[in-house]
Ligand binder design. Structure first.
Ligand code: ZN
Ligand code: ZN
Length: 224
């Protein structure tokens, strides 16, 4: 019987794949899974990334049974390793679309992900207008559009679409506030390209999508 424990050398690639060798240090420069460079040192402070581990091995092929736990941060300087920041970015994005209203996601996600930021906002706002328009048309039997539609549909004096119980002052204040938000969203940001010559960036587009999302959720939650 051969030894039960053996030492292995390993390196991670930028994407966090572990490449190991049972016969001395890993000398290749690129990952065989994804082609990314293999790292030996922290890109920030140059501290060595751990590169050896011991594991019990399978008797049949001498391959390790256990692998080391991949660290996400450099122990010397605290900087996230490349694979950790990638994961973080990915998780952030997942969370983002989880909390955005499905109608906004449907209208805007592909556009945003392809870098068409103004188009993404415009599509979300269009979807919002169409939704309000449809509800209003059914209730009031009248065709309105844009800011005029929002001011009439949500008017606290005679709301066609009631967002809050109108028996209290608070309810009427909320109705007024949301009417202003709906009208403001249309007047101010419906189509960023039509209003400004400048293309908006991703961050600003996301802010606008959050607003559209809030208004969609408020519509969904209205008393029926
Ligand atoms: Zn790789
Ligand atoms: Zn470091």
């Amino acid at each position: 019987m051969s030894e039960l424990y053996r030492q292995f050398h390993f390196r991670y690639c930028n994407n966090g794949h572990l490449i190991y060798s049972g016969s001395g240090p890993v000398t290749q420069n690129n990952c065989n899974k994804c082609g990314q460079p293999l790292l030996s040192n922290c890109g920030n402070c140059n501290a060595q990334i751990p590169s050896t581990f011991r594991s019990m091995v399978y008797l049949t092929n001498s391959q390790p049974i256990h692998f080391p736990r991949r660290p996400d941060f450099c122990v010397s300087c605290g900087q996230a390793y490349p694979w950790a920041s990638l994961e973080e970015l990915h998780n952030d994005r997942k969370d983002f679309w989880d909390i955005i209203h499905p109608s906004v996601e449907k209208a805007a996600r592909k556009r945003l992900e392809n870098g068409h930021y103004s188009d993404a906002v415009e599509a979300a706002m269009k979807a919002l207008i169409v939704t309000v328009k449809t509800i209003y048309r059914e209730k009031a039997n009248e065709e309105l559009d844009g800011v005029a539609l929002m001011r009439k549909a949500f008017s606290p004096q005679r709301p066609t679409i009631i967002l809050e119980n109108q028996d209290s002052q608070i309810g009427r204040d909320i109705q007024q506030g949301y009417m202003d938000l709906f009208a403001g969203a249309i007047a101010g940001i419906r189509n960023p390209k039509a209003h400004d010559v400048i293309e908006i960036d991703e961050k600003r587009a996301i802010h606008h999508l959050f607003l559209a999302s809030l208004l969609f959720y408020k519509l969904d939650e209205r008393p029926k």
